[in-house]
Design a protein around this ligand. Structure first.
Ligand code: SIN
Length: 309
């Protein structure tokens, strides 16, 4: 019997594979599709204080190996997601609230209300690259400290933080130093790689409309950056569970993330491109791969990546 269950801060996941905040998770109807799929948790769209229409369309484009989006946090406003967290309880899966207030006071207000909700985990999104005029908080280390101090003070649920990718060891260390000092239940690595530009040479045009065509890159293009971020944060913060996200399309991809140190994985672009069957397929592929390798649980190999030195 192959066991691919996972646990984050006492919250049990039937498997380590579930949906990422962002794709197809903004309405109750979309969330019910996730609830009825094999996804082992229901992550809701990142929410803001007020409802948002998001950026002008087209704001998402499939690419040969992934996607680009500049959605701009289209969501129904946090009150709806508090309500949905109760309505989704009947599916008996952990519900993950994703919070992305446009300013610190908004985040504090939203989190205080989620404290009394049915959400099981709260993922604070400090890494959305797509709100015009709003830099990604997690690239500003001083602001990140200020936000995390205020939020860890008020949050009564297991709190995690979703980070953008880092590319420099000094930045990994700086962020890890900040996270080490705060009580965090998990870290999610990574959000899309911000501000990529995809060009259609026939039309001589960008492929998405917002921000002059700049948007977050996802899918297979980002897998190796995501793996590096999971690995580095696992090395620097070995006791903090990491949820890996970015370019997971197969059971073998999920295996690589766990080998790098992830506790669980989230699916984003593949869910948009394949639909809800991706969850069961990737879980089965992961189990089959473990069986082939002679592993029985994720603990048999989690974080045990070999290096060549
Ligand atoms: C978006 O709504 O722009 C995507 C969410 C994110 O990147 O955090």
């Amino acid at each position: 019997m192959i066991d691919i269950t996972a646990e984050i801060s006492g919250v049990k996941l039937e498997t380590c594979v579930f949906n990422a905040a962002g794709p197809k998770d903004a309405t109750l109807k979309e969330l019910e599709v996730i609830a009825k799929s094999a996804s082992s948790a229901i992550t809701m769209k990142s929410c803001t204080l007020e409802p948002r229409k998001g950026n002008p369309e087209p704001r998402y484009c499939d690419l040969p190996e992934g996607s680009i989006n500049s959605s701009g946090l289209p969501n129904l406003g946090y009150k709806e997601y508090v309500r949905f967290s109760s309505l989704l309880k009947k599916y008996h899966k952990p519900v993950v609230a994703s919070v992305s207030g446009l300013k610190l006071a908004d985040n504090v207000k939203i989190i205080k209300v989620f404290n009394n909700s049915e959400a099981d985990l709260i993922e604070l999104n400090l890494s959305c690259p797509n709100v015009p005029g709003k830099p990604q908080v997690c690239y500003d280390f001083e602001q990140s400290e200020e936000v995390l101090d205020a939020i860890t003070d008020v949050c009564k649920k297991p709190l995690g933080v979703k980070l953008a990718p880092y590319f420099d060891f000094a930045h990994f260390e700086q962020m890890a130093g900040i996270l080490r000092k705060r009580k965090l239940a998990f870290i999610t690595c990574i959000n899309s790689i911000g501000n990529a530009l995809v060009i259609d040479p026939d039309k001589e045009s960008a492929v998405i409309k917002p921000k002059g065509g700049f948007g977050g890159l996802g899918g297979k293009y980002v897998k190796y950056t995501a793996l590096a971020n999971v690995r580095k944060f696992h090395e620097l913060l070995p006791h903090v569970p990491i949820i890996g996200c970015g370019g997971i399309y197969s059971g073998k991809d999920a295996f690589e993330f766990i080998l790098a140190g992830a506790t669980a994985v989230q699916l984003g672009t593949v869910f948009i491109q394949e639909g809800p069957s991706c969850f069961g397929r990737i879980q089965k592929e992961l189990k089959d791969y473990l069986k082939k390798k002679g592993y029985e649980t994720l603990e048999d190999f989690r974080g045990k990546l070999k290096t060549l030195d």
